[in-house]
Design a protein around this ligand. Structure first.
Ligand code: KG4
Ligand code: ZN
Length: 346
């Protein structure tokens, strides 16, 4: 079965062609980083305009790269939300037009659920229960999966996402956008012990995350120590901050694993590209003899292959397919299990 997937939830225009679950025939990702870099963050209006001008080319590249004609596609899939609505609508409208014209089904896919699938599409069968962490620029959430395609939200960020905190600190220091990879690079030679940060503590028993306190502490220390992008102690500071973000993620994972003992652990989302986080996560799992699901770095950040893999699985396992031309984008996070129920058209 040939599947074409489209992802435009934020600032990457992406299209992928899959032949069944395991075989990615193409996965084209066109980044808009250069457009948003001068602003130190994504400018929604610019993002949607850019998607409009590039989506046709990106889809064509994905089809050509896979050696597939559009009429050979059996199923279309598109990210429906959460994300920037203007951006989502570009991908959604394009996918609807293709599905309508070629008379094929179109599946709307949840972006966070697709990030989770990115960690599963390359690996062996999952041993459940699985604790799944999605750590990205827009989201930081932890789910319990008792079985395939079912997710229970255990905790989510109450303020900034982990990637957002990294991006904001990088912006404050004028280091460039996106901040995560820049910080990782500059922190490489630094000593994290030279700038220790406290760990965010939730006052209740919740498994929610919070990164805004850490971000504010970082901004305060930048001012106090007079740090800027040329300061010799910058690598130490960035290593300390990066370490604090990693620890905040791992501390919550530890609490979640204590309450819901898993057999496997999953980490995904853009921040899962980070080597320090990957190492800490793998060590955590190894010490507890748990299976690990961690996507290869290029599948951590937004891409259409993960959208296609989830669509394929839903279609194969549950027979989900159809063409709902009233399908709309949704901006905010919804618990993915809610998506398992059929959406009603307005
Ligand atoms: O998953 P993603 O592509 O988009 C969202 O759904 O948000 O994640 C983007 C985020 C950005 O905040 C970016 O700074 C962060 O992932 N990121 C990283 C790294 N690469 C991307 N953070 C830390 N280290 C990295 N190597
Ligand atoms: Zn994402």
């Amino acid at each position: 079965m040939i599947l074409l997937a489209i992802e435009t939830s934020c600032d990457e225009t992406s299209a992928a062609v899959l032949d069944g679950l395991a075989s990615i025939r193409s996965n084209v990702v066109l980044s808009q980083d250069a457009i948003h870099a001068p602003y130190g963050g994504v400018v929604p209006e610019l993002a949607s305009r850019r998607h409009v001008s590039t989506i046709g080319w990106v889809v064509r590249e994905a089809l050509d790269g896979a050696g597939v004609a559009p009429e050979d596609v059996d199923l279309f899939a598109v990210t429906q939300g959460p994300g920037l609505v203007g951006s989502l609508l570009v991908g959604l409208s394009f996918a609807k037009a293709l599905a309508y014209f070629f008379g094929r089904p179109l599946l709307g896919i949840d972006h966070i659920e697709a990030h989770i699938e990115a960690a599963l599409m390359e690996g062996p069968e999952v041993s459940y229960p699985c604790l799944a962490l999605v750590v990205s620029g827009g989201h930081t959430s932890i789910f319990l999966m008792d079985r395939e395609l079912e997710y229970r939200l255990l905790g989510r960020t109450r303020d900034d996402a982990a990637g957002e905190a990294l991006d904001k600190v990088a912006k404050f220091l004028d280091l460039g956008y996106p901040g995560g990879p820049v910080i990782e690079k500059l922190a490489a030679g630094g000593d994290p012990g030279a700038f220790p940060f406290g760990s965010p503590q939730m006052t209740d028993r919740s498994l929610d995350f919070s990164f805004s306190g850490l971000k504010t502490a970082a901004l305060r220390r930048i001012r106090e120590a007079g740090l800027d992008k040329t300061h010799p102690r910058l690598p130490d500071f960035l290593a300390g901050f990066e370490q604090a973000v990693v620890r905040a993620v791992l501390d919550n994972l530890e609490r979640a694993a204590g309450r819901h003992p898993p057999r496997s652990l999953l980490l995904s989302g853009g921040v899962a590209r980070n080597a320090r986080l990957r190492r800490a996560f793998e060590t955590f799992a190894r010490e507890r003899s748990l299976d690990v699901f961690l996507p290869s770095p290029k599948l951590c950040t937004d891409n259409a292959a993960m959208v296609g893999a989830l669509a394929w699985k839903r279609c194969a396992r549950r027979g989900d397919a159809g063409l709902d031309l009233a399908m709309n984008a949704y901006p905010r996070f919804v618990v993915p299990t809610a998506l398992l129920r059929k959406r009603k058209s307005p």
